[in-house]
Write a protein that binds this ligand. Structure first.
Ligand SMILES: [Zn+2]
Length: 249
């Protein structure tokens, strides 16, 4: 059992020391905002491992980890929260265990279930923002529908080999993900995935989230950030929403 040390939203003296090197970035106000924020990470695989490490390091106050899979040997090249000894364990539990040790000053909840039509509203309804750490479009579009309806920030992230992309969605400010992307997207099974690409894309996704949350920097909401590791180019692409989508009302 882990006792939560998050008694108050005020930063404790030890938290002020822990976050000393990032207070110049966020200020006390921004750091407190991070502490007050709850984020669900959907998927505790490659993207999820890095997103969780970054969120926990930043001091995001409550993190919900959702994944119905168990750890396999072929995950260990990039899913850095899962180790040899975790093979066979539910990924949500394995990831939560490491994240609680990494930052004991935040709340971590593990939900060892797949996100489905029947649990999506309940899970997404409890958090301020959702981070995509998935490998399939079907579940991404489910998150997009529910997050848009419940007015929660949704950061899409995906990778393929040396490439990846991020799209920050803010209901009421941007179009939804479904109308920014082509309608029939399919996910190939067992696509290529390496840790460095996953870490970079997870980093971009978390930076875009914290910019929206704290107001620092220039947000790319509604745009697609494309990273190509083969050339080291990063592009920001303006997306045109499909007319008559449900998000335009
Ligand atoms: Zn839309």
């Amino acid at each position: 059992m882990t006792l939560s040390r998050r008694h108050t939203n005020k930063l404790s003296p030890i938290e002020l020391v822990r976050y000393d090197r990032q207070l110049p970035v966020f200020g006390i106000e921004g750091q407190t905002k991070l502490k007050e924020t709850s984020v669900a990470v959907i998927g505790a695989g490659g993207l999820g491992s890095f997103e969780l490490l970054y969120l926990a390091g930043l001091g995001v106050g409550k993190i919900v980890i959702v994944d119905g899979d168990t750890v396999e040997e072929s995950n260990l090249n990039r899913q850095v929260l899962h180790w040899e000894e975790d093979i066979g364990k539910p990924k949500a539990l394995s990831a939560a265990e490491k994240i609680r040790r990494f930052n004991p000053y935040i709340e971590v909840e593990a939900i060892p279930e797949k996100l489905t039509e029947s649990n999506a509203e309940e899970i997404i309804g409890r958090v301020d923002a959702v981070l995509d750490a998935l490998d399939n479009w079907e579940t991404r579009f489910l998150i997009d529908r529910v997050a848009y309806k419940l007015e929660k920030i949704f950061i899409h992230a995906g990778i393929y080999g040396l490439e990846g992309q991020v799209i920050p969605i803010v209901p009421g400010e941007t179009s939804c993900l479904r109308c920014l992307l082509p309608p029939k997207l399919t996910s190939p099974p067992r696509f290529p995935a390496i840790a460095p690409t996953v870490g970079i894309i997870a980093g971009i996704a978390v930076i875009e989230l914290i910019k929206i949350l704290t107001g620092i920097g220039e947000s790319n909401k509604g745009k697609m950030i494309v990273f190509d590791g083969s050339t080291m180019e990063i592009m920001r692409v303006d997306l045109k929403p499909r007319p008559n989508c449900v998000c335009v009302e």
